[in-house]
Design a protein around this ligand. Structure first.
Ligand code: CP
Length: 345
C-alpha cells in the first residue's frame, strides 16, 4: 500500500486498510520508540505546522514526531504571513500553498472555533490547500474533523482492551459500546474531535450511544456516515437526550462539551452566547456514580479536559482513565502518518 503524497483531512477519506497501516506502524513505533530504524525516515525534511488556533498536544507531539524521525517541524502562524483574508489584501491560498510546497515535505493546518466565519469554513480552507499544494496536507484539527485525534483515540482504546501499551487489539473493540456524551462546560468547543470519534468508533465495529441536550445536533453528514458504518457492522446507533441512561452497559465513556449549531451567526463565532447556553445544562458531568453503572468502562477524552464540568477529577484521574495514553498516542500515530505520507520508509 502506497500512502506517499496523500492528504489526511478526515479518516473518512481513507480506507479501513489504510487506517490500519497507520495504526500498525504507530504501534510498532511505540514499541521501538527510539530505534535507529525510524531515526532517518524524515532526514533533511521539514513539516510546516500552520496554527490559526492554540494547541498543547498537537504542536508538541508533531514537533517531537518530526524530531524522532530525523526531520524538523516548523511552527507558523497566519499573522506572520501576508495572507489574503475577507478583510485584507494579501497572498492567495494558491500562491502560499505552491510556495510552501517548494520548501516543506508536508503541511499541517489547524483552524477552528473563532478563526472561521461559519461552520465548515475551516475544512474548506484545508481542502483548498490540498487542491493547490504539491505535498500532503495533514489536518491538525479543523472545524469538522480531527483525524489524528480519532486515530489516537482508537489506538488507546484498543490497547486497553488488548494487550497494553503498543499492543492494541482492534478486534477487541468489535461489539463494545461507546457512550459519547455532551458535557457541561464553558469552553465552547468545535465538533471536530467528537465527530472524528463517531466516525472511527463506528468504523471499528462499536455500538454507539450519542447523548446530548435537545438543540446540540452535530453535522448531519457525519451522523449519516456513522449510521452507515454501524449498519455495515450490524451494530447499533442511537441518539438520546438525557444525561443518565447511556451509561448502562457502556465499555467506553467519552464526555465532551460542544457548541450548538447556532454557534456561527453573521460571520462570527458566538462564544459568549454559546457559553451562556451551555450553562443551562449543569448536570451533564461524568461522575464516579455514573461510571459505576457501566460495564467497567474506561474514560476517554481528547483533552484539554474541563475538569469539574465535563468530568470529575475522580474519574479523569482514576484507574480507568485513558486520557494520557490517548494523548501519548498522538505522537505515535503522527509519526506513522508523517512516515507514510512524506518519509523514506
Ligand atoms: N486534543 C488536542 O488536539 O489538543 P490540543 O488542542 O492541545 O492540540
Amino acid at each position: 500500500m502506497d500512502l506517499y503524497g496523500r492528504d489526511l483531512i478526515c479518516t473518512q477519506d481513507w480506507t479501513f486498510e489504510e487506517l490500519m497501516a497507520v495504526l500498525e506502524l504507530a504501534a510498532k513505533m511505540k514499541r521501538e520508540r527510539f530505534s535507529e530504524r525510524w531515526s532517518s525516515v524524515l532526514k533533511h525534511k521539514t513539516f510546516f505546522m500552520f496554527f490559526y488556533n492554540p494547541s498543547v498536544r498537537t504542536r508538541q507531539s508533531f514537533e517531537c514526531a518530526a524530531t524522532e524521525l530525523g526531520g524538523h517541524a516548523q511552527y507558523l502562524e497566519p499573522r506572520a504571513m501576508r495572507l489574503k483574508t475577507a478583510a485584507s489584501a494579501g497572498e492567495t491560498v494558491e500562491d502560499a500553498a505552491k510556495v510552501m510546497s517548494r520548501y516543506a515535505a508536508g503541511i499541517g493546518i489547524r483552524i477552528l472555533e473563532d478563526q472561521v466565519p461559519y461552520y465548515g469554513a475551516g475544512d474548506e480552507l484545508l481542502l483548498e490547500y490540498a487542491y493547490w499544494a504539491d505535498v500532503p496536507i495533514i489536518n491538525m484539527a479543523d472545524d469538522r474533523f480531527h483525524p489524528c485525534q480519532g486515530l489516537a483515540d482508537v489506538m488507546g482504546w484498543a490497547e486497553w482492551y488488548g494487550q497494553g501499551p503498543g499492543r492494541p487489539d482492534y478486534t477487541a473493540l468489535q461489539g463494545k459500546k461507546l457512550l459519547l456524551t455532551w458535557a457541561s462546560g464553558a469552553l465552547a468547543r468545535s465538533w471536530c474531535s467528537v465527530q472524528e470519534a463517531l466516525l472511527i468508533a463506528s468504523r471499528f465495529g462499536m455500538h454507539i450511544t450519542l447523548a446530548y441536550p435537545e438543540g446540540y445536533d452535530l453535522d448531519s453528514q457525519v451522523i449519516a456516515w456513522t449510521k452507515a458504518h454501524c449498519a455495515a457492522h450490524g451494530t447499533s446507533f442511537e441518539i438520546i437526550h438525557d444525561p443518565e441512561s447511556g451509561y448502562e452497559g457502556a465499555h467506553i465513556v467519552y464526555s465532551r462539551n460542544w457548541v450548538s449549531p447556532q454557534a456561527y451567526q453573521d460571520g462570527m463565532f458566538q462564544k459568549q452566547s454559546e457559553i451562556q447556553k451551555a450553562l443551562a445544562y449543569p448536570g451533564w458531568t461524568t461522575t464516579a456514580e455514573r461510571m459505576a453503572r457501566t460495564d467497567n468502562a474506561i474514560f476517554t477524552h481528547p483533552m484539554p479536559v474541563d475538569r469539574g464540568s465535563e468530568v470529575t477529577d475522580e474519574v479523569a484521574s482514576g484507574p480507568r482513565s485513558v486520557i494520557y495514553d490517548v494523548a501519548e498516542n498522538r505522537l505515535h500515530v503522527q509519526k506513522a502518518i508523517l512516515a507514510l505520507t512524506m518519509g523514506n520508509l
